[in-house]
Structures are given as C-alpha cells and as structure tokens.
Design a protein around this ligand. Structure first.
Ligand SMILES: *[C@@H]1O[C@H](CO)[C@@H](O)[C@H](O)[C@H]1NC(C)=O
Ligand SMILES: *[C@@H]1O[C@H](CO)[C@@H](O)[C@H](O)[C@H]1NC(C)=O
Length: 472
C-alpha cells in the first residue's frame, strides 16, 4: 500500500480487503486445479472416524455380529470396503451373538429388501450419523443395508472421480445380484454427493433394462455447477457468487469443474419410483435443488408455454394467449400433483407418470408425445412415480434419520409389509372448562381425559401378536 494515504482507518480497511480478495482469488484459483478440486469436492482424506477398525462395526453402534465387513472388486480392479448389515428379522434368527453373519446373507437377501446406501462426501461408512441411518433402516424398516466406501475413501483403493464412483456403485449392485438379491428388491439410496452417484446408477440400470425397486435421493443437488453457484459456507458466506460480478469468471469456474454430477441431465433416463427428500433448513444445499429436480421429472407432463419472442411487438392477442398457456400449465400441474401437508413435519408432493397413457380429464397430456417421440431409455413401456418430501427440519445431514421420512420411504417402497392399521378414534377430550389446573405435581392423565399411557395386558398381547406377524 502507498504511504500517501497515511496509516488511517481507511487504508487499513483497504489493506484488509486486498488481502481477503487475494486469498479468495487464490482459493478459487486452487480449486480450479484438478488435484485441489478433487480434494475439496470429495474430502476423502477426511477419514472420520480416524483409524477406524472396519472389522469392528460393534464399536460404532451396530449390534454384535449383525454386520459383515468385506471387500468388493470393481471392473477396473479397485477394492472397496463394504458393510452388509442384516435386517432385524434375519439378525434375530441368529442362534447367538457368537454367530458370524455371513452365512445368513442369502437368507436376508431372499426374505427382505435391501437398501444400497451411497454416502455423501468426507468421512467413511463408519461415520456416526451414517450408522444412525443403518440402524434405523435395518430395524425400523427391517431392510438389509449395503454401505460401501467409494474408491479413495476409508480403506478402499484408488482415487475418486465421477466415473469411478459410478463404477463403484455398479459393483455394489452387482455384488448384491450375484449374492442372490433380485433387482426388484434393491432400493438405491444416496445422500448429498451420493445422490449424484445414485441417479447415475439408476439411469445406467434403466438403460440396460436391469431392475431395481426405486431410488431415494436425500438432500440432493441438481448439478455440481448449480451447487457451486448456490453454495454458502455455513449458510452465510456465498462461495462463488461474488464472481458473478466479474464477466467470464463464473464461466471459467463451471468450465474448470471436472466432476459435474449432473443429476438434472439424467432425469429423463431414470425409470421407476423416485423419492426426493430435502429439509427447508438445509444450509449446505438449498432445498431449491430438489424443487428443480422434481420439476424436471414433471416437465414432460405439462403443456408448453410459448414465451413471446419480442415483448415490444407483442400484441394483445399474443399476450392473452401467453397468459392462457400459463394458466393451463398451472391447472395441469394441480391436476397431476397430489399434495399432502403433514403438520409439523412437511409437505409431500407426488405424481405418477404413465408415459404414453397419461390422461388428464380424458385428454392425453404432453407426456404422450414426449414418450412417443422416443422414450428416454427406450425399451418396454414403463411408468414412474415421483415423490418429493419437503421437510421442515433435518438440516443437511439428518434428513434420513427423521422417522417421518423413514415411514414414508417404508410405505412407498413396500418395506413396511402392511399399511399401518387406522388409528382408533381419539378419546373424547374433556371440555375445556373441566380441564384440570396444571400444577407442579401434574395431574393423572387417565383421570383427566380417560387416556392411559400403558396398554392393558390383553392389549399388550394383541400388540405383540401383530408385531410377530409384521416381522414374519
Ligand atoms: C484387472 O486384473 C485382472 C487380473 O489381475 C487383469 O487380467 C485385468 O486386465 C485387470 N483389469 C484392469 C482394467 O486393469
Ligand atoms: C462374532 O462371532 C464370532 C464367531 O463365533 C466370534 O468369534 C466373534 O467374537 C463375534 N463378534 C463379537 C463382536 O462378539
């Protein structure tokens, strides 16, 4: 800095800004170098928990001998660390805790669906919040879980790349099939970065007409380019948005992006059932990414809108045609999409896309032409069902551990074998005037409203019976 300005406050501020700007430019510059970009994106060097013993899943919270630790070989000769976690109903048939789970895997694959789980960036399959997912899915949903560590993560060999991760995912799917699973019993599930992997695996299997039960995308991003644009550090400091003020700088960043994970572009190829879940309080990846994805699935079913090319010469007639098209589109959307509000939890939007057969009020919708012009993926007729769960809570990491979401997944993907019985009508609530005064000691609930917190012995008996039936 020049001395002319003197050591005033302004000059100091300018120095600070120059340094900050310089560091920022350096960081952006570094990230555009493939080596650094890889490390920033995958964070695979962050091996939390450090020095994990993958042979001892019990240490990280899983039941004793419920998990088989093994290796999966990819087509390009990488070796991946993997955990196969038995579904609860199969695990409980083990004669003792001293029984190794491996011989029970084929039983598990035969009797229960399997969640093929692809984790997000950083850390390993033994990371605490991931264990919480396996625990919930294997016990609450009674599913088997296969969790892998991609190449370059945990004890897996190699270095991560987009194509490499997709190959790893395929290898995990193939392992399940060769171990006796039916494709229809495999639910592909990804979280964060893992959604990019899951979507590409689903698109690949769809193209090859290989079966899977469906795909679950938790806290997904629509594409890496969009993510970089919207990403904020801790939800506060926009990462590259300042660059949009400099011409071409942003284009440079998107050009330099080598790992694109462009989920949006593979949407047309994904067959079957798709569930997207996102929390409104996700400060890492805004939930608008999920809205973009959901709308992309919906797009073929909505009528086109011809945007007036030159607003100046647009006639009144053009204009009213345009607004009519917009109204028709909105109307169509309301006809197709079912919206359910779940108080204190979130909103579920869903629709079924029957390809060429889609009719709304007896009229074929645009999807018919879209599919007829060449069904994406080709082959036999297929339909897909798309469900978007927008949750109030869950941040970025905890969407999958919300029981509300687990149950929706359970019902949509046939993991809960029977629909929950309708609840009995609630007990008559006492009139407001008769409500007991609340005091520190509290009043007995059963006196107040006839509600008893514990089921009677006979009720307990019935309940246990019902549970046995569910688990069988
Ligand atoms: C993988 O290893 C096998 C056996 O060692 C070898 O025959 C094959 O060429 C290797 N494939 C690749 C892609 O390196
Ligand atoms: C699992 O079972 C094997 C075989 O009996 C036994 O050696 C091992 O100690 C068990 N694992 C744990 C954590 O107890």
């Amino acid at each position: 800095m020049s001395d002319i300005a003197g050591p005033g406050l302004l000059a100091k501020a300018r120095t600070a800004l120059t340094i900050a700007g310089g560091l920022y430019a350096l960081a952006i510059g570094l990230v555009s170098i493939p080596y650094f970009q890889s490390h920033t994106l995958y964070l695979n060097a962050v091996r939390i928990p450090w020095f994990a013993d993958f042979d001892a899943p019990e240490r990280y919270g899983l039941a004793i001998n419920k998990t088989y630790n093994f290796k999966i070989q990819t087509v390009d000769n990488e070796t991946l660390g993997a955990w196969f976690i038995l579904s609860e109903s199969v695990y409980q048939t083990l004669p003792s805790h001293n029984t190794i789970p491996k011989p029970y895997i084929s039983d598990a694959l035969r009797t229960r669906p399997t969640i093929l789980f692809f984790h997000g960036n950083a850390a390993t399959r033994a990371f605490k919040v991931r264990i919480q997912h396996y625990t919930a899915f294997s016990s609450r949903l009674n599913a088997n879980v296969l969790a892998i560590d991609y190449r370059g993560f945990a004890e897996s060999t190699g270095t991560p790349s987009e194509e490499g991760l997709v190959r790893d995912a395929r290898a995990a799917y193939e392992w399940l099939i060769s171990s006796g699973a039916k494709g229809e019993d495999i639910i592909i599930m990804g979280h964060s970065l893992g959604t990019g992997v899951s979507a590409r695996l689903a698109a690949q299997l769809s193209k090859e007409e290989l079966a899977y039960r469906g795909v679950v995308l938790m806290s997904p991003f629509s594409s890496m380019t969009e993510l970089v644009k919207t990403y904020s550090i801790l939800g506060a400091v926009p990462l590259v948005r300042p660059l949009t003020m400099i011409p071409y700088a942003f284009n440079f960043i998107t050009w330099a992006l080598i790992h694109k994970f462009d989920t949006l572009s593979v949407v047309p190829q994904i067959k079957g059932k798709v569930l997207i879940a996102h929390a409104e309080n996700d400060w890492d990846v805004p939930y608008t990414h999920s809205e973009v994805l959901f709308n992309a699935f919906l797009e073929p079913l909505l009528p086109n809108v011809d945007i007036p090319s030159d607003p100046v010469s647009t006639t009144k007639e053009d204009w009213s045609a345009f607004t009519a098209q917009i109204a028709a589109r909105k109307n169509q959307r309301e006809n197709i999409v079912t919206t359910t509000r779940l108080v204190n939890f979130g909103v579920v939007e869903e629709f079924v896309d029957r390809g060429g057969e889609s009719l709304v009020n007896g009229e074929p919708v645009r999807g018919a032409e879209y599919w007829a012009a060449g069904r994406p993926g080709g082959g036999a007729p297929w339909q897909r069902e798309v469900i978007f769960v927008k949750m109030l809570e869950g941040n970025h990491e905890l969407v999958g551990v919300q029981e509300g979401l687990q149950d929706i997944i359970g019902r949509k993907f046939g993991l809960l074998q029977q629909p929950l019985a309708p609840l009995p009508p609630p007990p008559m609530s006492a009139p407001a005037s008769a409500a007991p005064e609340s005091d520190v000691g509290g009043s007995d609930a059963s006196e107040a409203g006839g509600w008893s917190p514990l089921p009677s012995a006979s009720e307990r008996g019935e309940w246990t019976g019902a549970m046995t039936k569910v688990i069988d």
